[in-house]
Design a protein around this ligand. Structure first.
Ligand code: NAD
Length: 358
């Protein structure tokens, strides 16, 4: 039975990935999820897998080399899928230090632990051991012209402390592949959306605020473009790269779904109106009048757009969920999980929100 070590599995994409993997492989795999449970980590996301015999949760910081080495010593890990990171650009602008610590030093700890566990005396590596580093399209910087795309060969040009820390971690993984022939891949994915996403990010923030008749903050002129992918398609891409991709390669993951932020907000408002039943009091709250333009994010990248040609051609990956369907699935999930939203938006989230949008 193959054993996966997933870092950051209690976060948004990590928890969706764990659900996806158990749905696909059921009892053929074992998953160990290591997560520090920062504000973004939530074990509620994994309630329906926590009783599985082939699932284990370990609360640990990826910067804690002793704790990470111990996991490798006690388990024969076959696959590492490394999600754990500080992931929110706005937070990185206010407090870059923790981004460098977790994203750069934490990745170094993960690489060293896997290398120590997998390396043979002659410097080669045990067979069929693989490390996948999950990264972002933000490392490529910003595109200005229509028709321009990020390819795997696009030079890195990160602008925010978040993207700079992810770029640094990508470079570290690359250096281990180049120097030691360490068996790894890097994936750079566009913006994800879907169930379990923390409401500091655009889509769940707008859904949550609109349903309560709260203002919908839009940065700058609202015309910044992001390329959106349903999270399950990302999980599928990661799995396919690890099983079918060529080792030492980088693969971009994206579904050619570029949209301006303001377009996203209008789609959410229209979809909420369509999905809320007649007579539901929230129907009257959901309105375009809630849209409020706020001071632009510092250094705000204008446009991101992934060219997924390589992963399509080499790995055979294509996204299954188009945006119109994905946004309905996401809203349906939030309707069915109101308590989840209430829990994550109580306490510290309120303080963060007031600080951000005061
Ligand atoms: P998230 O913020 O929802 O989750 C991050 C998880 O990592 C949380 O569970 C948190 O508790 C954990 N974590 C943070 N610091 C840790 C530490 N020091 N030790 C152990 N665990 C720690 O993030 P996400 O949106 O799920 O993103 C996951 C990964 O995917 C990140 O590496 C991110 O850069 C990348 N990514 C995200 C997107 C996106 O749109 N969200 C797109 C492309 C790539």
């Amino acid at each position: 039975m193959r054993t996966y070590l997933v870092t950051g599995g209690a976060g948004f994409i990590g928890s969706n990935y764990i659900h996806y993997m158990f749905k696909k492989y059921d009892n053929e795999i074992r998953i160990i999820n290591v997560d520090k449970l920062t504000y973004a980590g939530n074990l509620e996301n994994l309630k329906d897998v926590e009783d599985r015999e082939n699932y284990t949760f370990v609360k640990a910081d990826i910067c804690d080399a002793e704790a990470i080495n111990k996991i490798f010593e006690e388990n024969d890990i076959d696959r590492v899928v490394h999600f754990a990171a500080e992931s929110h650009v706005d937070r990185s602008i206010k407090n870059p230090d923790v981004f460098v610590k977790t994203n750069v030093l934490g990745t170094l700890v993960m690489l060293n632990a896997a290398k120590a566990a997998w390396e043979l005396e002659d410097g080669t590596f045990k067979e069929d051991k693989k490390f996948l580093h999950v990264s972002t399209d933000e490392v490529y910087g910003s595109l200005e012209e229509e028709g321009e795309y990020f390819y795997e060969t696009t030079p890195y040009d990160p602008h925010s402390p978040y993207s700079a820390s992810k770029a640094s971690s990508d470079m570290l993984v690359k250096s281990y592949m180049d120097t030691y022939k360490f068996p790894a891949n890097i994936t750079n994915c566009s913006n994800n959306y879907g169930p379990y996403q923390f409401p500091e990010k655009l889509i769940p923030l707008i859904i949550n605020n609109a349903l309560q008749g709260k203002t919908l903050p839009v940065y700058g002129d609202g015309k910044n473009v992001r390329d959106w992918l349903y999270v399950e398609d990302h999980a599928k891409g990661i799995d396919m790269v690890q099983e079918k991709g060529r080792l030492f390669e980088t693969y971009n993951i994206g579904g050619h779904n570029e949209k301006q932020n303001i377009e996203i907000i209008h789609i959410i408002l229209d979809t909420l109106q369509e999905m809320l039943p007649e007579g539901d009091p929230r129907k009257e709250l959901v309105s375009e009048n809630l849209i409020t333009y706020v001071t632009d994010r510092k250094g705000h990248d204008r446009r991101y757009a992934i060219a997924p040609d390589k992963i399509k051609k080499e790995v055979g990956w294509v996204p299954d969920t188009m945006f119109a369907e994905g946004i309905k699935l996401t809203i349906k999930w939030f309707f069915e999980n109101e308590d989840w939203m209430k829990n994550v938006t109580s306490g510290d989230y309120q303080k963060y929100y007031e600080e951000m949008y005061k």
